[in-house]
Design a protein around this ligand. Sequence first.
Ligand SMILES: Nc1nc2c(ncn2[C@@H]2O[C@H](COP(=O)(O)OP(=O)(O)OP(=O)(O)O)[C@@H](O)[C@H]2O)c(=O)[nH]1
Ligand SMILES: [Mg+2]
Length: 376
Amino acid sequence: MGSIEEEIERLEEEIRKTPHNKATEGHIGKLRAKIASLRIEREKRSKGGGGGLGYAVRKSGHATVALVGYPSVGKSTLLTRLTGAESQAAAYEFTTTTIIPGMLTWRGANIQILDMPGLVAGAAQGRGRGREVISVARSSDLLLFVIDGQHLEPRGLIRELENAAIRVDRSPPNLSITKAERGGVQVETTVKLTRVTPKLVTDIAREFGIHNALIVLRQDVTIDEVIDALAGNRVYIPSVWVVNKADLLDANTRRKILERLPQLRVHFISATTGEGVEELKDAIGHALAFIRIYMKPQGKPADRDEPLILRRGATVRDLLQHVPASLSGSFSAALVWGRSAKFPGQRVSREHKLEDQDVVTILPVRGRNPSTRIPA
Ligand SMILES: Nc1nc2c(ncn2[C@@H]2O[C@H](COP(=O)(O)OP(=O)(O)OP(=O)(O)O)[C@@H](O)[C@H]2O)c(=O)[nH]1
Ligand SMILES: [Mg+2]
């Protein structure tokens, strides 16, 4: 057997050659599982191989957005338009060679936007600074895809990210895997399965070296979703799509572009003229699903001027990361008013999920009033 890379290519070739039908579905599923587990192996080796990634972008602000697109579509021009940050733009490909950060302020939220080198085919295997681009994309909260009239291949872009275990605009499949000491692989279902059989799920689990486990399927999963869950390294990231250089596109061309991208809701913008850019800022802000929380010191009115900004789904535990240590360090419970509270002033624990515009008071452990603590 050759290198991992060759083995992956051999399996991909086999999938291409195999006719796709009901009878071969299981076989293809297993081949795909094998590829997924080899890719994980490849990642492990390349990380263990030293050298490091050679870049560092410190995440900052309330959320991070990665600009993803082919070379020369106008990512850097757009970064500058959105944030004012300087990132060199030029009429040749691969102008940008490192990650350049900028900050966009939207309704009180600080959104970090990262300009990146253009993505090319084979990025997941490390072509054209692909590893950097992908690892930054993986850790972002939103992918801002930039395409232009000349580079309308959204599937190619998504495929590169999919190969690097990024799932765009999807949610994790509803299934659980509990490893066991013995007993083989048990598959239980709570719904009718139409796309996989328990036998196939068991076979795929084996490809990942899982021989004893309880797997509970709570939705009609696809083979790929089973593979994703077993691989365990998938990240699920929402996206916003823009077609840039709209200043060069007449109404007819725009209509044709929309027809070619039926599955996407694209925004036509021009990074040079600014057309559509304010609407894009709103789209980014809404996609990031911020919530505002008003802090209310015990026995005093809430601070309505400066809300804490969190993301939808945030709990009191997340909130505690954004308050002074003197408050979070002595946390015993919180009182909540607003949409997430069953009644005004409900007493809740760290696990309580907050909603937009909630008012929160943090209660310190009795006898440890934070305002009278003497700093060390
Ligand atoms: N007409 C027009 N040209 C644009 C627009 N945005 C960018 N450009 C031009 O497109 C070229 C490439 O722009 P960049 O911003 O460097 O593109 P990039 O995607 O960052 O390119 P790489 O860093 O090489 O991947 C430059 O000549 C820009 O002036 C736009 O909205 N309209
Ligand atoms: Mg650039």
